[in-house]
Design a protein around this ligand. Sequence first.
Ligand SMILES: Cc1cc2nc3c(=O)[nH]c(=O)nc-3n(C[C@H](O)[C@H](O)[C@H](O)COP(=O)(O)OP(=O)(O)OC[C@H]3O[C@@H](n4cnc5c(N)ncnc54)[C@H](O)[C@@H]3O)c2cc1C
Length: 313
Amino acid sequence: MAARVLVAAEKPEQLQGLAGLVKALGAEGEAVALLAAGREEAEKAAYSVFKTLYYVEGGGRLQPCQLHELLEGLYAEHSPVLVVGAATKNLTDALARLSARHNLPMFTEAVSIQLSGDEVTAVRQVLGGRARARLAAKAPAAATVNPAVYAEQAQGLAAGAELAGLRAPAAVLEETGYEPKKREAVDLESAEVVVGVGRGFRRKEDLAMAEELAQLLGGVVGASRPIVADYGWLSEDRWIGISGKKIRPKVYIAIGISGAPQHMAATVDSKIIVAINKDKNAPIFQYADYGVVADLYQFLPVLIKKLRERLGK
Ligand SMILES: Cc1cc2nc3c(=O)[nH]c(=O)nc-3n(C[C@H](O)[C@H](O)[C@H](O)COP(=O)(O)OP(=O)(O)OC[C@H]3O[C@@H](n4cnc5c(N)ncnc54)[C@H](O)[C@@H]3O)c2cc1C
């Protein structure tokens, strides 16, 4: 039983977005879906755009190797021209395995996908979201997509897919425990003032200056990647950048931060950017509304003192 499109999701709400994608592709009734969850969950997402919705008997979380094995079976059964997964870590991993096995071109994190004859085109965000790339490949192809981008097309879908249970393949990895992430409950994304700290700071204790500045201005401290990921001086809640949080404050004060594109892409919605850097050629000055060329160790104590005087604190 061939199907033109095979979609895969881990949660019913992701599958709803993918049902919207199937509609947008004009592949209603020519698609099958895999939901890596139990029957009860599948019943919430049995949209009629899918001929068959496969679920996992007994439910439970599946590892990428298990998802891959299920996808292999469905790929062999339906010979789809397009396989699309929700852009989760597990499904990206599983689809990469499928693509490698069958030599399929794969588009990751597409924001739109089109299917015309035997050509698949996809649009992806590049350069930290500052540009979009349009890519094309001959079918069959694989892709991952953020299902939320098809939320509009997913409105008002009727139920009606036939449900079919699959047995979960054996897991290769044994899960031996979970450790909750350390969180500091900092709301960077809605802060009006953000003080960003970068590798210009030489010691963890020196971040106290940035903390004090942020307190005086009623803001919060954020950081570039090295401060969080390499030095571990601050928790992940503070990470600003394409791999961290996107900020949109009234004022962003970047201290000892060079201005790498992966950092700056997440700060473009700031109303005012102030940069403090001792290198007058640092790229951050290309983005800054106000720039201070100074050694932070000399400049910050003076700035803090003046602010304290001005604010009477
Ligand atoms: C795939 C990928 C994803 C990434 N994602 C992110 C991300 O999400 N967020 C992120 O931040 N980065 C990210 N990066 C890393 C990014 O490319 C940069 O390496 C990083 O942002 C640099 O951090 P920094 O500006 O703190 O350090 P540096 O680039 O080392 O800059 C330090 C700056 O401090 C200045 N300085 C030094 N001493 C002083 C002083 N005493 N006084 C004043 N200024 C001083 C220097 O002149 C320099 O400009 C990513 C990279 C890759 C490849």
